[in-house]
Design a protein around this ligand. Structure first.
Ligand code: PLP
Length: 394
C-alpha cells in the first residue's frame, strides 16, 4: 500500500492530510479564517468571465475549501461534492428543498430527528409535497409504500433517540429501482464510522454541530452527495443563499482534524457505560446498536465500523418526580439538547409523543445519554449517586 497517495491512506490519515495547502499559507499548518464578502477581480476581462478561484464570500473561501476537501476525502470516492450550511437542520431543509418539487411524495423513517418531521409536516406540506412515515424496521418491505411520484426516502441510522437501526442497503435497493433518492442523516456515526455513500445513500447529511465541531461551540451543517445528486444540491445551496460564518468553518475544520481520536474514545467509553448500565437493577433496557444483545446489532456490524457516544436507556417503571430527582442529583451529566461535544449529557425523551407509523412503548421512563470524554469511573460514580437518589425518591 502506497500511503503517499490519499486514496490509499486510512481515514485517520486522510483527516490529517487532506485540504492542506502549506505553500499558500506561507508555511503555516492551518488556513487563516477568511472573513470576506467581496472578491476583487484584477481585470475587466476576468470580471466578465467570472475568472478566479473564488468569486464571492457566500460561495466559499480558502477556509471552506479546506473543510470541503477534508470531508470529501473522509466520505470516500463516491462523494462528488460537499455543501456547507449554517446548521444541521439547515442541511435537512436545504437538501429536501433542493431535490423535491410540488406534487412529489417523500418517505420518511419514523425515528428521524423530530425537527426533520416538523419541516416535512410544515413547509413541505405547504408546498404541496406529501410525506409518508414508515417503520424503521421495514427493510425491503418499503416497496409497498412507493407511489408513482415518490422522489426520495429520508433515513437516520440509528434514530438518535430510540436507536432502531434501519436497513439502509435494503431500502436503497428498492428506492433506486423506483428511481428515488436516498437521503441519510449520518450525524450519529459520521462518515468515519459509516460510509453511507458507499452503501447506496445518495445524499449524506450531518449536523456538524455535533461530533465534527466536537466542542459544543458551533452550529454547522454539511451535505455530501454522489455524482447523481450533487448538481441538485449545489444548485439548491446557490438558489437559497445559505452559507456558514467563517469562524464556524474554521472551528469545524479544526474539529475534523481530531475527529478520529475523539470518536474512538466516545466509542470505547460509550460501550463501557452501556454495558455497566445494562447490569444495573434500575435499568430495564439499554438501546445501543453496538451491544451484541441489541436488535439492530447485525446491521450495525455489517454497515458501521464504530459507534459514537450517544445511546438511550429505559428505566424500570418509576414516577417522573423520582426520575427528576435523579437528574437533579447528577453533577457530571449536564442536562441539555444537542450532543457530540466533549462533555457528558442526559435528557429525558418521549418518542411516542410524535411517532405516527409505529407505536413506541418502552415500558418505563426513557433517558438519552451522551458519554463525553470524562473518565468513565467518574461518570459511573455520578450515575451511582443518581440511582441512589432515584431509589430513595420512589
Ligand atoms: C442535532 C441534530 C440535527 C440538527 O442539527 P442542528 O445543528 O442543531 O440544527 C439534525 N439531525 C440530528 C440527528 C441531530 O442530532
Amino acid at each position: 500500500m502506497d500511503s503517499s497517495h490519499p486514496s490509499q491512506q486510512h481515514a485517520e490519515t486522510r483527516l490529517v492530510t487532506s485540504g492542506r495547502d502549506t505553500k499558500a499559507q506561507k508555511g503555516f499548518v492551518n488556513p487563516p479564517v477568511f472573513h470576506g464578502s467581496t472578491v476583487l477581480y484584477p481585470t475587466a476581462e476576468d470580471l466578465h468571465a467570472h475568472r478566479g478561484e473564488f468569486q464571492y464570500g457566500r460561495h466559499g473561501t480558502p477556509t471552506t475549501r479546506a473543510f470541503q476537501e477534508t470531508l470529501m476525502a473522509l466520505e470516500g470516492p463516491q462523494c462528488a461534492g460537499v455543501g456547507i450550511v449554517p446548521s444541521g437542520l439547515s442541511a435537512i431543509s436545504t437538501t429536501l428543498l433542493s431535490v423535491l418539487k410540488t406534487g412529489d411524495h417523500l418517505l420518511v423513517c419514523d425515528n428521524v430527528y423530530r425537527p426533520s418531521r416538523n419541516f416535512c409536516n410544515g413547509m413541505l406540506a405547504r408546498l404541496g409535497i406529501e410525506t409518508t412515515y414508515f417503520d424503521p424496521l421495514i427493510g425491503a418491505g418499503i416497496d409497498k409504500l412507493f407511489k408513482p411520484n415518490t422522489r426520495a426516502v429520508l433515513v437516520e441510522a440509528p434514530g438518535s433517540q430510540s436507536f432502531e437501526m434501519p436497513d439502509i442497503r435494503a431500502i436503497a435497493e428498492v428506492a433506486h429501482a423506483r428511481d428515488a433518492l436516498v437521503i441519510d442523516d449520518n450525524t450519529w456515526a459520521t462518515p468515519l464510522y459509516h460510509r453511507s455513500l458507499d452503501q447506496g445513500v445518495d445524499i449524506s447529511m450531518q449536523a456538524a454541530t455535533k461530533y465534527i465541531g466536537g466542542h459544543s461551540d458551533i452550529m454547522f451543517g454539511t451535505i455530501s452527495a454522489n455524482a447523481k445528486a450533487w448538481p441538485q444540491i449545489a444548485e439548491g445551496i446557490r438558489l437559497l443563499g445559505v452559507c456558514a460564518g467563517p469562524d464556524d468553518v474554521f472551528l469545524a475544520l479544526r474539529g475534523l482534524r481530531t475527529l478520529s481520536v475523539r470518536l474512538a474514545q466516545h466509542h470505547r467509553s460509550g460501550l463501557d457505560m452501556a454495558r455497566w448500565l445494562a447490569a444495573r437493577p434500575e435499568v430495564a433496557r439499554v438501546l445501543h446498536p453496538a451491544l451484541e444483545t441489541d436488535p439492530g446489532h447485525a446491521i450495525w456490524k455489517r454497515d458501521f465500523t464504530g459507534a459514537s457516544g450517544l445511546f438511550s436507556i429505559v428505566l424500570k417503571p418509576a414516577p417522573q418526580k423520582a426520575v427528576d430527582t435523579m437528574l437533579d442529583t447528577l453533577k457530571l451529566f449536564g442536562m441539555g439538547f444537542s450532543w457530540g461535544g466533549f462533555e457528558s449529557l442526559v435528557i429525558p425523551f418521549d418518542c411516542d409523543a410524535y411517532r405516527t407509523a409505529t407505536k413506541w412503548s418502552p415500558g418505563g421512563p426513557t433517558l438519552r445519554l451522551h458519554i463525553g470524554l470524562e473518565s468513565v469511573d467518574d461518570l459511573k460514580s455520578d450515575l451511582d449517586r443518581g440511582f441512589a437518589a432515584l431509589r430513595a425518591a420512589m
